[in-house]
Write a protein that binds this ligand. Structure first.
Ligand SMILES: [Zn+2]
Length: 296
């Protein structure tokens, strides 16, 4: 919903992404105007119960007051979980104190850990981790990782071997089946579940190989590419990356695809971002656009 860096442009808002996993919506960063983008792109934003804020530069969280206020005006009842640097708590308290007279719902704040990778959320299907990246101030990336589901029973084999319901769970977990004294091997009556998918979000960060183990083999890597090669010095001064840096990380992490974003507002042509990243990374390089949907 936002693919620009610090300054929004008429085409690109500041950072925000929505991750939809099995119709649960997770908001990652919340730049100014994120609630407008949610409306513009027709996203059912009441499904958002979890918001992850990577760091406290304004372009990543100044959308919170408006979104929190709108939820309240619309009479939200469900808890809203916000994850971010510890001092974000003060900002949220101030929103509650100064902007809102009465909160219709509760905000539950979870401080992030900036020293190591940590699981911050888990449900039956999914785990979400935070991990430190290298920026001017404490900053986290996030990894969305599906769980490996049990094997699926082949429906026809339930009829063929008259498998009783009570045994199905054990078979899904790998047990063989005793069919009147004949052992039917598990692999004959089940198929493997789909391979779990992973999405890694890395913003804002200098080139840092230490993040590679955190995101290894993810299907899709979002890596910031604020600059091109011509601004490499500026990138290191400001703890940002170039498209080539992002390509190197994607290559070393063996990422399936690379999504670039957080572009400096000075750039109007984005082909060189693809070209420079592709010189070091063989996979598909995608330029983030506001309103773009990617399916894994
Ligand atoms: Zn930043």
């Amino acid at each position: 919903m936002g693919s620009s860096s610090a300054l929004p442009t008429s085409q690109r808002n500041t950072t925000a992404q929505l991750v939809n996993h099995a119709e649960r919506f997770f908001l990652v960063d919340c730049g100014e105007g994120t609630q407008i983008q949610l409306r513009r792109f027709n996203l059912k934003f009441f499904r958002i119960d979890h918001i992850f804020i990577s760091h406290l530069h304004g372009d990543h969280f100044f959308g919170l007051p408006g979104l929190i206020n709108t939820f309240n005006l619309l009479g939200r009842k469900k808890d809203l979980h916000i994850f971010g640097p510890a001092s974000l708590q003060e900002f949220i308290n101030a929103i509650e104190r100064y902007i809102l007279h009465h909160m219709s719902y509760e905000i539950i704040f979870h401080p992030l850990n900036f020293s190591e990778k940590e699981m911050i959320y888990e449900n039956k299907l999914l785990k979400i981790f935070s991990f430190p990246v290298s920026h001017k101030i404490p900053t986290c990336g996030f990894l969305f990782e599906e769980k490996k589901l049990p094997r699926n029973i082949i429906k026809a084999s339930i009829e063929k071997y008259k498998i009783p319901i009570q045994q199905i769970k054990a078979i899904k977990d790998g047990a063989d089946f005793d069919y009147n004294g004949t052992i039917i091997p598990n692999t004959e009556i089940t198929i493997d579940s789909p391979e779990p998918r992973q999405y890694a979000f890395c913003t804002d960060t200098a080139y840092d190989e230490q993040i590679i183990p955190f995101i290894k083999s993810c299907n899709l890597l979002y890596h910031e590419a604020t600059f091109l090669d011509d601004m490499e010095e500026r990138a290191s001064e400001t703890y940002h990356s170039t498209a080539r840096h992002a390509g190197k990380i994607a290559k070393k992490a063996e990422a399936g695809k690379l999504l670039l974003g957080h572009f400096s507002s000075r750039y109007k042509n984005f082909k060189p971002f693809v070209d420079q990243a592709s010189e070091v990374y063989d996979g598909e390089v995608i330029i983030a656009e506001d309103g773009m949907t990617l399916k894994l």
